[in-house]
Design a protein around this ligand. Structure first.
Ligand SMILES: *[C@@H]1O[C@H](CO)[C@@H](O)[C@H](O)[C@H]1NC(C)=O
Ligand SMILES: *[C@@H]1O[C@H](CO)[C@@H](O)[C@H](O)[C@H]1NC(C)=O
Ligand SMILES: *[C@@H]1O[C@H](CO)[C@@H](O)[C@H](O)[C@H]1NC(C)=O
Ligand SMILES: *[C@@H]1O[C@H](CO)[C@@H](O)[C@H](O)[C@H]1NC(C)=O
Ligand SMILES: *[C@@H]1O[C@H](CO)[C@@H](O)[C@H](O)[C@H]1NC(C)=O
Length: 364
């Protein structure tokens, strides 16, 4: 977060034609309108036209009771005009000027709409135009991503009710955990009754360590963009309705320790790239519709303790490279039953062979 504006008796701020507004930005990455501007209790005129402001229009501007002229024309603002600001049109705000932005439902540089009204009729007309709206965040990139995900999901039990995009960051939202830098590190929404897709933007949660979404009714495919979650330790999507292939890109998450994708309807082959997951401890892909052979590359995962591939349509044989992990690594359970592996019949009788050996020496 950037500058906080002290409460001050400033009645007009006019900053136009600037490329960057260091004083008004509320975070260190992009120029966004600072929500703390609402500390300017005497502000009557706020004119920020023709800048390069991006992000959402902070709802908190609606708290400035004295504001009568708000001009944000010609920026790169996204989202919608907050209801908190629109409702000022019925009371104190004489002019609201927001064309030439990238606001939802508008086409950049099409119609110029200058809104001015002290009449509730005009305000009511505006409300209908903006009603579908989500409210807004300012410079809340991770919050934007999670809020977009909220909008993409059906949430019959309202578990996402606290996901309020007008807050500066999502760290106080239920089921979201941040680190000391206010970056999201956990999303815990197992057994939450959610349905709908995983949005690719989730791949932008750079600090995310735990994505726990098991036991919902999520459908669609696993976005390849999740391979960009370079801090992820656990990806638990088991027990959903996911389809499509396991993205190769997941093999890039070198921090991953648990990959639980079982109990969906994933198809395609097990990506060879998963052999690059050299921190992986649990790989659970059972009870899907995976086909093809078991990649020998999985034998690279010396950290593996549990390998469950049962209940798919896998063919070929279990590679010796993988089997050898039982002898030289920490692998203590391999389950490949109920596939179409060579020389087996997917049937009731399971062949279980125990390998009983002494504890391995700690090497090095
Ligand atoms: C917080 O950010 C600082 C500076 O970017 C970084 O050095 C530090 O490692 C971060 N801490 C956490 C917990 O991510
Ligand atoms: C996911 O489920 C919803 C609701 O049943 C359906 O409308 C949508 O088409 C499904 N999406 C996919 C990709 O299967
Ligand atoms: C991962 O991030 C990079 C860099 O931000 C981006 O270019 C790429 O498209 C992302 N990958 C996916 C699969 O979204
Ligand atoms: C899983 O997907 C395959 C291929 O799309 C389809 O034939 C099969 O019926 C699905 N199985 C279930 C249990 O939905
Ligand atoms: C195997 O497990 C032991 C005990 O948990 C651990 O110390 C060791 O690092 C593991 N080895 C590998 C290759 O992960």
């Amino acid at each position: 977060m950037g500058a906080k504006f002290a409460e001050a008796k400033i009645s007009a701020i006019v900053l136009t034609g600037l490329a960057a507004l260091a004083t008004l930005v509320s975070c260190n990455t992009e120029g966004a309108i600072s929500p703390s501007l609402d500390n300017l209790k005497s502000l009557e005129i706020l004119e920020l036209r023709n800048n390069a402001l991006s992000g959402f229009i902070p709802a908190s501007l609606g708290n400035i009771e004295s504001l009568n002229y708000l001009d944000l024309n010609d920026n790169m603002l996204t989202g919608t005009v907050p209801l908190e600001i629109l409702s000022r049109l019925v009371t104190t705000l004489d002019e609201l000027n927001v064309p030439h932005n990238d606001l939802d439902g508008t086409t950049r540089k099409s119609v110029t709409r200058v809104m001015g009204a002290h009449s509730s009729a005009a305000a009511a007309a505006l409300f209908t135009g903006f009603l579908a709206l989500a409210t807004l965040v300012s410079c809340n990139t991770e919050g934007d991503i999670l809020y977009a995900q909220r909008l993409a999901w059906k949430d019959p039990f309202n578990v996402l009710q606290s996901w309020d995009p007008t807050l500066v960051n999502p760290c106080t939202w239920f089921h979201v955990t941040c680190n000391n830098n206010n970056s999201v590190v956990r999303v815990d929404l197992g057994l939450a009754g959610l349905s709908g897709p995983l949005i690719p933007q989730l791949g932008g949660l750079s600090y995310l360590q735990y994505l726990e979404l098991y036991g919902n009714e999520l459908n669609g495919s696993i976005p390849a963009a999740l391979g960009n979650l370079s801090s992820l330790v656990s990806l638990d999507l088991q027990g959903n309705l996911l389809t499509g292939a396991i993205p190769d890109s997941l093999g890039a998450i070198s921090t991953l320790r648990n990959l639980r994708l079982y109990g969906n309807n994933l198809t395609g082959t097990i990506p060879q790239s998963l052999g690059s997951l050299t921190s992986l401890v649990k790989l659970e892909l059972q009870k899907n519709s995976l086909s093809g052979t078991i990649p020998a590359s999985l034998g690279n995962i010396k950290t593996l303790e549990l390998l469950r591939l049962n209940g798919n349509s896998l063919t070929g044989t279990l590679p010796l490279e993988v089997l050898s992990l039982v002898l030289v690594g920490n692998l203590t359970e391999i389950n490949v039953a109920r596939n179409n592996l060579d020389g087996t019949v997917g049937s009731t009788g399971l062949r279980v062979t125990a390998i009983i050996q002494d504890r391995l020496k700690i090497s090095g």
